[in-house]
Every structure is written in structure tokens, then in C-alpha cells.
Design a protein around this ligand. Structure first.
Ligand code: SR1
Ligand code: MG
Length: 400
């Protein structure tokens, strides 16, 4: 049943056609008369309505927030996540350039974004599952995170910029609440109704991780990092479903979870999803290790370059060797966080509310249980040891 407020109405194809027809600058991108536009709803993602529109001149993508979680209509959700996604796209657009789709319009009353269509692209998670992802895509994602985070952090920009971002994104509490619950807490709670019933062969592994007091202390440390370390503006949900690829063209989408937070959160979520894929398809482990290395190399090179340039109110007095040491320390801290959040993502995608399709690659139930158990063991080790993992070699060593 569509919801109607004073001006908001959830759109169907006909409603979207009328809405677009009333916006000449968008209609011109499609070309032709409105009746000739082909409008398809893409039933993907957990939260929103997404449409792809094709006209004689070109295509558009429209994304509208629903007043509930798309895949769980009883779970009510404020509409303003669309506003935060629009703000995120604008905040990082100059820094990331063509690594994100261009935002053409945002209607604050309809909670509707209209952006560049990526119709020829595939969702990275699906491309991985289908074996269609060409190697090397992770370097672009590493560069994306470095550019977005450097441009919204404190070292390369005056503090007034970061202060404004803190203000603009501090209200994104509904989606931050999802992260706090679904990633950082629920998977470790017995009897949490949002967690699906575990596969019988996994109950021992799950009970062990929930009873591991040392592990829960480290989860607590990561909760504190996530909520108190305001290092840069995060994408906030950088899994392989938030990335589109077409050959070597890589685009990051879906920044609605944006919040100021620890940079290792974005890195950890991405790497966690590569590792989940490796757990589900062990024969692809070497390829995925290469991708992990490519992500880290892309991230580090770009982050070093941005932080060496400087321009912010943190480290303006550090030059040469002193600046290099400060950058090294910053990268080491990001790696510690990366390891911890990577472990959390692996665990929540295996036992929590939002699981991943990658496990469908397992050919038998036994193989699937073994894959999930592998992800839980690796996730647990990464969380437990994250504070000791300050080099990339140390991170890779945990993946044996
Ligand atoms: C209720 S939303 C569940 C998950 O989908 C999103 O993509 C985020 O990953 C969130 O945790
Ligand atoms: Mg999403």
C-alpha cells in the first residue's frame, strides 16, 4: 500500500514517469516523449525502491526511500536516509570523480535521488558469484576510500570542513542504529529475534563465539571506535553489493549509511566481503588475496599522497621524515581497525539478519556449513587479535 504524506508518495512506474516528465532537465537526458520511456523496478538491496529508466537519448536511475525496510515491511524506517545519501554523494563527488555515479537531482520532499544509470554494470557481489569480475577492481576501491576519507578528514582539509560534516551527518541515527545493532551487537546476542535460526551444524561454533569473554571485550573496543572515532566521512556500508563494475570501470553506490567514523570501518567491510567470498569458494582464495593486496596498495598509495600534501589543521607542523612517521602511524591504526571491522562483518553476514548470497556457491549443505564455520573462525581471530595487527603482512598472515 503506497504511503502518502503531504507531499511524499511512494512511486510506481507511472508515478515516476509523471514526476520525471515534469522536470525538463531530467526529461531531456532521456529524450523523446515520456510515453516512450521504459521504466523497470530493480528489486535489489534491502531498503529502498530503485528504478532504471531508459529513453531514446539515455538512461537514469531513480532511488526512493520507503518508510520501512523494503525486505521487512514491518520494520519502520525514517525516510531521511535519502537526504544523507545525497549529502554523501555531494561531499565526496569532487574527490572521487567518476568512481561514483553522478547525482543529477534530489527531491527532499519525495526522498528521491536521480542519478546516472549504471545499467551496463553488474553488482560486484553478483559478478563475483558468476565468476565474471575481471581481476584488479579492488585497487580502484582502495583509491576511492583513500580519496573520500582524505577529503573529509582533518589532515588534508581545514577543521571547519570536518566540523560541518559532523553537523550534516550526525542526524543519520536511524541507519547508524542499524549498523550498531546488525553489525556490532546482534550477532553476539543469544535469542536476538532478528538473527535467523542458525543451520544446525553451526550451533556449536556460534555458542563458542558468544561465550568468548575476550572476544566480547574486543567487540566492545570496536563499538567504541565506531561511535567515537570521528576520523572521516565513511560510506558506512561498503560491501560488494554497494559496488558496480563493468570491465575495469568501478563505481561505488549507496552511501546512505554515511557517518563520520573510523576509516578502517569502510576498509574492513570491503575486505570482509572478499574474505566471505573466499570462505564460500576456497578455490578462489589466491585470486581474492590478490584483490585484498590490490585494495591495500591502492588505498595506501593514495592516502599517503593526500596526507603528504596536507592542508588541514592536523600535522601542519610536521614535515619530511616527521610527517612520514605520522602517516605510518595513521596507516597502522587504520589497519588495526580494518582487521577488527572485517571480522565483525564476516560474523554478521554469517549469523546475523543480513546474510550474503555468496554461500549459495557451496555445492552441498556440508560444504556450506564448513564455509560458514571458516568465516566465523576467521572473523573471530581478526576481532580478537585486531589490536596487534598493525601491518598488512600481519593482516595477511591471519588469512592462512
Ligand atoms: C535492514 S538493512 C540490512 C543491511 O542492509 C544494508 O545494505 C546494510 O548492510 C544493513 O546492515
Ligand atoms: Mg545498500
Amino acid at each position: 500500500m503506497p504511503l502518502r504524506t503531504q507531499s511524499y508518495v511512494t512511486l510506481d512506474a507511472a508515478g515516476l514517469r509523471d514526476w520525471l516528465a515534469g522536470r525538463p532537465e531530467l526529461a531531456a537526458r532521456l529524450g523523446g516523449p515520456a510515453r516512450d520511456w521504459c521504466i523497470r523496478e530493480v528489486r535489489d538491496g534491502n531498503l529502498n525502491l530503485v528504478f532504471l529508466i531508459d529513453g531514446p537519448q539515455g538512461g537514469l536511475c531513480a532511488k526512493q526511500a520507503l518508510p520501512h525496510v523494503r525486505v521487512a515491511p514491518d520494520w519502520k524506517m525514517p525516510l531521511d536516509r535519502a537526504l544523507y545519501e545525497a549529502r554523501y554523494m555531494r561531499a565526496v563527488a569532487d574527490a572521487v570523480g567518476s568512481a561514483a555515479p553522478e547525482l543529477y537531482a534530489f527531491d527532499a520532499e519525495m526522498y528521491l535521488l536521480v542519478m546516472e544509470s549504471l545499467d551496463g554494470h553488474a553488482v560486484l557481489r553478483s559478478a563475483l558469484i558468476d565468476g565474471a569480475a575481471k581481476p584488479g577492481f579492488s585497487a580502484a576501491i582502495g583509491r576511492y576510500v583513500a580519496r573520500a576519507c582524505a577529503a573529509t578528514g582533518w589532515i588534508a582539509r581545514p577543521f571547519e570542513h570536518g566540523s560541518r560534516l559532523l553537523e550534516e551527518f550526525s542526524g543519520n541515527t536511524a541507519l547508524t542504529r542499524i549498523t550498531v545493532d546488525l553489525i556490532l551487537t546482534d550477532p553476539f546476542r543469544d535469542g536476538c529475534p532478528r538473527n535467523p535460526a542458525p543451520e544446525p551444524g553451526l550451533t556449536g561454533e556460534i555458542a563458542a563465539l558468544r561465550a568468548d569473554a575476550a572476544l566480547l571485550r574486543e567487540v566492545g573496543a570496536l563499538q567504541e571506535r565506531f561511535l567515537t572515532a570521528r576520523e572521516a566521512l565513511l560510506h558506512g556500508d561498503l560491501h560488494t553489493g554497494s559496488i558496480m563494475i563493468r570491465e575495469s570501470d568501478v563505481r561505488v553506490i549507496d552511501g546512505e549509511f554515511a557517518t563520520m567514523g573510523p576509516i578502517g570501518f569502510d576498509c574492513g567491510l570491503y575486505l570482509g566481503n572478499l574474505l566471505l567470498h573466499a570462505c564460500a569458494a576456497p578455490r578462489k582464495t589466491a585470486f581474492l588475496r590478490e584483490e585484498i593486496a590490490a585494495f591495500q596498495a591502492g588505498f595506501e598509495a593514495e592516502f599517503r599522497a593526500r596526507l603528504t600534501e596536507g592542508g588541514g589543521d592536523v600535522w601542519p607542523l610536521l614535515e619530511g621524515e616527521e610527517r612520514r612517521k605520522a602517516i605510518d602511524a595513521s596507516i597502522a591504526r587504520i589497519l588495526r581497525d580494518t582487521a577488527g571491522f572485517c571480522g565483525l562483518e564476516m560474523i554478521r553476514r554469517t549469523v546475523g539478519f543480513a546474510q550474503v548470497a555468496d554461500y549459495a556457491l557451496c555445492e552441498t549443505p556440508e560444504a556450506r556449513i564448513e564455509a560458514r564455520a571458516r568465516a566465523l573462525r576467521l572473523g573471530r581471530a581478526l576481532i580478537r587479535d585486531h589490536r596487534e595487527i598493525s601491518t598488512f603482512e600481519g593482516f595477511l598472515a591471519r588469512l592462512q
